[in-house]
Design a protein around this ligand. Sequence first.
Ligand SMILES: Nc1ncnc2c1ncn2[C@@H]1O[C@H](COP(=O)(O)OP(=O)(O)OP(=O)(O)O)[C@@H](O)[C@H]1O
Ligand SMILES: [Mg+2]
Length: 481
Amino acid sequence: MPDIASASALQLVPGVEGALKKAIESGRNSALNLWVAGASMQAVLTELVSALESIDDDLKCSIMLLGEADNKLYSLVGPNLPENYSMAISGVDIGPTVGSCGASAYLKQPVIVADIQTHPNWQPYRAICEQHQLRACWSHPIFSANKKVLGTFGMYYSSVREPSPQERSLIAMEANIAGMIMERMLAEKSQETARQSLEREVQRRTQELTQSNTRLREALQQRNEVQQQLLEIENLSALGTMTASLTHEINTPIGVAVTALSHLQNLHDKGQKQFEANQLTRSALLQFYRESAEAMAILERNLQRSAELVSTFKQLSLDQHTQHKRLFNLCDYLWEILLSLKPKLKQYRLMFCLDVDADLEINSYPGAISQILVNLIINSMHHGYQEGQKGRITIRVSQQQQELVMEYADDGKGMNAETIERMFEPFYTSARDKGGSGLGMHICKDLVEKLLHGTIACTAEPDNGCQICLKMPLINSDGSK
Ligand SMILES: Nc1ncnc2c1ncn2[C@@H]1O[C@H](COP(=O)(O)OP(=O)(O)OP(=O)(O)O)[C@@H](O)[C@H]1O
Ligand SMILES: [Mg+2]
């Protein structure tokens, strides 16, 4: 029995000559041409076996493929075998006694059955073979280069027949050529399958990536919208705080002005009556002048104060609402912010220590700075001290190179490590029961980082106050101040 190596080239097989050799060569050549032209494995192998069949009318060839996963043989090629026969044997398990092909695939050697009707291997298929006049079946395993069984090559005749040595060589050779074709084509197919599945995977991943990018973009947009809304809410609430403060602050000078005006009115009425009754003495007139001048001075001072308060409020509320950049005196501005908080601060006994150069002018966003400071002070009041408790808040501003450093410190009850770590998270609050929303510090951080392009950091310890350090550049990225 010739093995794969000895059957690998036609010229190595001495017994194969003449018509047989020519048939095999022409079958191999036209199969190769078809292969190069891109035909399917079935078409290429059909071409191969058809050339062989053409030299003997009684010969019917078949090629079966061994399923890698299930070890069953499947009909692949059998151009002249009856279709229902091919179907009947397709899917057969391989085994030492399964027909000719099942046995040769299992035993890895040729299995020659000269008479199907008497050979025990064929017992289950005798009837169908008789029906289609298939009497002899010679089968040879089809090997890959490394001797793995890929399938079987079979030759059927209608009469009882034993192969000659030449024919044995022929079967081996044909099986060998089929093996070379099948191995390459199966490899190409599995490469193609792998390429297609890779392509599908790449497509799937690309699609997933696109979808997750879209989701990310939407989430980012949503977050920006929510943040914008939060800033607006915060602006409005800061505006509300200031309106309440202004109403309170302005009450005093306007009240004093009203009193001064009514005093002036009285002086005027009294003087007029004295004059009409011819009782207006020189000294009474002098007193009228003196007292009315005083009343007018009080009126002027207090109306002036009210006007100042109104303009401060106008500027603060404008800053709160519009976040415009402008040049302003930081020291004056910080005082104005403290003034706007005065009524709220009255419930606490807090002392403020402002350490800032009186002439320091900066080009920045006063609205944002006011919003941040108001939040810090209100946090100190709400979280650092009990009502009525004494405390000290220090605000120190320094300029370090092109950076403005604002150090804010209270000496209240401080914070534990968890609060320090989480205080800038949105909705983190230790005072939910007292109406805290947990947005104050988050908004501060947002304003510092996004608008002022700076940093904010907190250090604190339980019972040892809280220190917040803000740093912001005084030079824009384009180099302007
Ligand atoms: N000066 C401080 N002293 C002690 N704890 C503070 C101080 N500032 C902030 N905290 C802690 O940080 C938490 C978060 O502060 P944040 O301003 O973000 O929220 P809130 O004040 O609770 O609520 P909101 O400001 O939205 O009304 C507070 O709940 C508090 O526990
Ligand atoms: Mg707060």
